[in-house]
Design a protein around this ligand. Structure first.
Ligand code: FAD
Length: 482
């Protein structure tokens, strides 16, 4: 620990008690590596404030001492966003003790949750009041509201409800100078210039530490139907989605899964079974929800729509879950993909988006092009077809030494995939953010106007580079952008 860090820790303990600064290496160790195990950091202390006032005081003291802070929630970042630098120059700041739901109003359909509230807990609290917080993802048991806001997380219900950006009605955050942005009021109209709330959403902890957020709730679910359909191609899958969307707005999720990925999950997770008895090259998982007791029951709705789709040869076969347990098991297949992929061996993950209408072509042609350019690799794309966002993974050839393959082949493969994405007018980060994993690629691919605006904003709000150094955009020592 440097003298400046040691003094800072003493000051924080003196003001807020021993719980607020953990220095036991064993207690800190689990939080120094990212979820995928790709990034390993070092931090001599982990700060754990319990209130917004404590966060503000810590940020002010850290700024004065020139000690950077890395905000961390559930540490489920897919891009090493919450992993501190390896040189031990920064301290971790965990929001885990800020885990109160300050308010939840079914009348106004709003909840105010502190940064450390875990997504699953907020969803359960909303359900107890007959409402839903309609954002869901595989990391729901660990990901926090602060992390979800700061990565503008997406998930499986973006199709109907949008990303965090459309679910956040207000933000409270501590800015890099220690001042508190009090933006929790859920104003429908507010034209006082730049929208600080929106700037903080997706800022990956580089512009402020989110301490609480006002979140939009939607009506509770009366019933749902979850279907699994087998089909020939991503093009048919998109045609199926369009055909369903033309007839109803009850569909909340539409996820595409290639057959090889389904097989991988079934081999990895004991007790799961293929939803269909027939084999198909591609699959889609569809969820339809009724929130009005007078509406057509979603099971009948999906039966009718999928029946038409089979007649029109958009789908080869389909099944609707006969029970809630079966519906959960369909979803378990989808939510186990990241885990099964991780266990399957070395792979390069690309969380990319292109315009929705172009996604079927991109999935097929992009996969074939990557496999042809890097013989022995296997490209798979799965995920949020209706959002134009898939997770495009390139797996190492069988028997490849993981460490060597990542170093020797990784950068070239990722550049190849990202170049295809840019050529298609897409984004190299659809929902996971930039973190440290994609920073070099963001620098390489720009565009210049976007990059220079991002750097200027970072330089203006955090000239000393106190918050989350080495993530998203770089600040050179002394506050200059490189
Ligand atoms: C199995 C699995 C499935 C996933 N599926 C999806 C998916 O479908 N869609 C999706 O979008 N993401 C997905 N993710 C990624 C991840 O869950 C999200 O990025 C999530 O928003 C991170 O929340 P967290 O609390 O874990 O944040 P962390 O990982 O701790 O941090 C993420 C980033 O936010 C910053 N941060 C954290 N808290 C704060 C705060 N209070 N103030 C300021 N900055 C902060 C960190 O510095 C870091 O840059 C998945 C992850 C896993 C492991």
């Amino acid at each position: 620990m440097t003298p400046a860090q040691a003094q800072l820790v003493e000051q924080i303990r003196g003001s807020f008690g021993p719980k607020t600064a953990v220095t036991d290496p064993e207690a800190i160790a689990p939080w120094l590596t990212d979820w995928r195990g790709r990034f390993h950091g070092s931090a001599p202390a982990m700060l754990a404030p319990a209130t917004t006032a404590e966060v503000a005081a810590i940020v002010r003291l850290a700024g004065d001492a020139g000690v950077p802070l890395v905000p961390q929630g559930g540490n489920t970042s897919m891009v090493g966003g919450a992993t501190p630098p390896a040189d031990g120059s920064a301290l971790l700041l965990t929001t885990r003790r800020m885990n109160r739901i300050r308010a939840l109003s079914p009348e106004s359909n709003l909840a105010v949750a502190e940064a450390g509230v875990i997504l699953a807990d907020l969803r359960a609290a909303a359900e107890r009041e007959g409402r839903r917080f309609p954002l869901d993802l595989g990391a729901r048991g660990s990901a926090t509201i602060g992390g979800l806001v700061s990565t503008n997380a997406g998930g499986t219900q973006v199709l109907r409800f949008g990303t965090m950006r459309s679910l956040v009605a207000g933000v409270e955050a501590v800015l890099p100078d220690g001042s508190v942005h009090e933006g929790l009021a859920p104003l429908k109209k507010d034209n006082r210039g730049y929208d600080l709330n929106q700037l903080l959403i997706g800022a990956e902890g580089t512009l402020g530490i989110v301490t609480a957020a006002t979140l939009r709730l939607v009506p509770g679910m009366v019933s749902r139907a979850v279907a699994w359909a087998g089909l020939e191609s991503p093009a048919r899958a998109l045609a199926l989605l369009r055909s369903i969307e033309a007839r109803t707005d009850a569909v909340e999720s539409f996820e595409i899964v290639p057959d090889a990925t389904l097989a991988l999950v079934l081999g990895h997770v004991p007790g799961l079974r293929a939803p269909l008895e027939t084999r198909h090259p591609w699959h889609v998982l569809i969820e339809a929800v009724a929130t009005d007791p007078g509406a057509e029951p979603p099971t009948a709705l999906l039966e009718r729509l999928l029946g038409t789709a089979i007649e029109e040869e958009l789908a080869g076969d389909a099944v609707i879950a006969a029970s809630e347990a079966q519906a959960e098991s369909f979803w378990r297949i989808r939510h186990s993909i990241s885990e099964a992929e991780r266990a399957a061996g070395p792979a390069l993950q690309h969380d990319i988006s292109v315009p929705v209408d172009d996604m079927p072509r991109f999935m097929v042609e992009g996969g074939a092009a990557a496999e042809a350019r890097f013989p022995g690799t296997h490209a798979v794309a799965y995920g949020h077809l209706g959002d134009g966002n898939v997770h495009f993974h390139v797996r190492a050839p069988a028997g490849a030494d993981p460490a060597r393959w990542y170093v020797e082949q990784g950068p070239a493969i990722t550049r190849f995939v990202h170049d295809m994405v840019v050529a298609a007018g897409g984004s190299i980060s659809a929902e996971h953010g930039i973190g440290q994993m994609k920073r070099a690629e963001l620098e390489r691919l720009g565009p210049v106007a976007r990059l220079s605006a991002l750097r200027a904003i970072k330089g203006a709000l955090d000239p000393r580079g106190i918050l989350n150094p080495g993530k998203l955009v770089a600040l050179a020592p002394g506050g200059r952008t490189p």
